[in-house]
Design a protein. Structure first.
Length: 303
């Protein structure tokens, strides 16, 4: 594959660090952008093909200078960054002649209207609309919105779907809804593969997963490994959603009470498009998925 210059914005977070590793492993030249004054750079590996550049995400000149000569930009800002936080980065990418922009998606299906209407995705939806306008006006510019579903390893570590560490879980709607899920390594490899398939992946959502699982299946896998009982609470996604909206009505909403719950709704509730099986792009990107033994071996790391 031809080596490209790829910039990662929000490079020092959960998604950015493994992405840097896979891009470097594939022979690309990587620029990690971090905010001026951030100490995040200390988390990055040292590598001859990795440059670290401090930028001001509100300054078009700061970003354009940093992006000069790059073919691709991957935005990995966290989900809680405010609406419009990717706009200047997108503008600077156009000015610098970048050809492929990956908005900070990397989750559930923002092309599904119920999912897109969740307030936690307002920034993602705004960025997609902004990108589509820029792509129309600039023929050399394109985007890919990569949807891997819930992060599998991150989700097990952070008790997003079930908590293997404490053998406990809140089960939503009975726990049998299948959802797509992908490890950070596979997501990062998918980004590398998209750069090798620019034509087929331009200006659209792309769907990948390592596996489709349910909450109950994850618990069954864990039980098979260590035989321990689980402490389960039961609720519904509709009540989680209602409580989150109640919290959002408050003058100072507590993100703990609406952010995680609404993200869980986007994965675990029916009608939000969380199972990508019917429109999967794994084959195009060379993603093989995980079998039961691989899933069990991953689960064992978090028990
Ligand atoms: N599907 C899933 O289960 C799942 C889970 C987690 C995340 N995600 C998605 O993955 C993407 C990246 O999320 P993440 O959790 O990796 O991000 P993160 O760790 O929250 O943040 C990434 C980096 O962004 C920078 N940053 C923080 N606040 C910022 C701001 N206001 N403006 C600009 N930069 C800021 C920081 O880097 P510096 O300090 O170095 O500037 C930070 O290390 C998002 O699109 C998110 O929705 C999906």
């Amino acid at each position: 594959m031809t080596s490209m210059k790829v910039a990662i914005a929000g490079a020092t977070g959960a998604a950015g660090i493994p992405m840097i590793q896979e891009l470097l492993a594939a022979g690309h030249l990587v620029t990690a952008l971090t905010r001026v004054g951030s100490s995040g750079a200390s988390k990055l590996p040292s590598h001859p093909n990795l440059s670290i550049v401090a930028v001001d995400y509100e300054s078009i000149s700061s970003l354009t200078n940093a992006l000069e000569g790059h073919q691709a930009v991957v935005a990995c800002f966290g989900v809680a960054t405010p609406i419009g936080s990717q706009d200047v980065l997108i503008d600077a990418s156009v000015v610098a002649g970048v050809s492929r922009f990956f908005p900070a998606e990397f989750g559930t299906d923002t092309d599904n209207s119920r999912c897109a209407n969740l307030p936690v995705f307002a920034n993602k939806v705004h960025a997609l609309e902004y990108l589509k306008k820029k792509v129309q006006a600039n023929p050399g510019f394109s985007y890919t919105a990569l949807c891997p579903g819930a992060f599998l390893d991150w989700g097990l570590k952070h008790a997003f779907f079930v908590d293997p560490k404490t053998h406990s879980a809140t089960i939503y709607d009975g726990g049998n809804l299948p959802f797509s899920t992908t490890t950070l390594t596979t997501i990062s490899k998918a980004v590398v593969s998209i750069l090798a398939h620019l034509e087929e992946t331009q200006n659209r959502h792309l769907y990948i997963h390592d596996a489709v699982v349910t909450q109950n299946q994850l618990i069954a896998i864990a039980k098979k490994i260590d035989g321990k009982d689980w402490d389960l609470a039961h609720t519904t996604t509709s009540s989680a959603e209602a409580s989150a909206y109640e919290e959002l009505e408050k003058e100072k909403p507590d993100p703990m009470k609406f952010l995680f719950p609404l993200l869980q709704v986007s994965v675990l509730a029916e009608g939000y498009g969380g199972d990508f099986s019917a429109h999967l792009d794994n084959k195009l990107l060379g993603i093989e998925g995980m079998d039961d033994a691989e899933l069990a071996s991953l689960m064992a790391r978090y028990l």
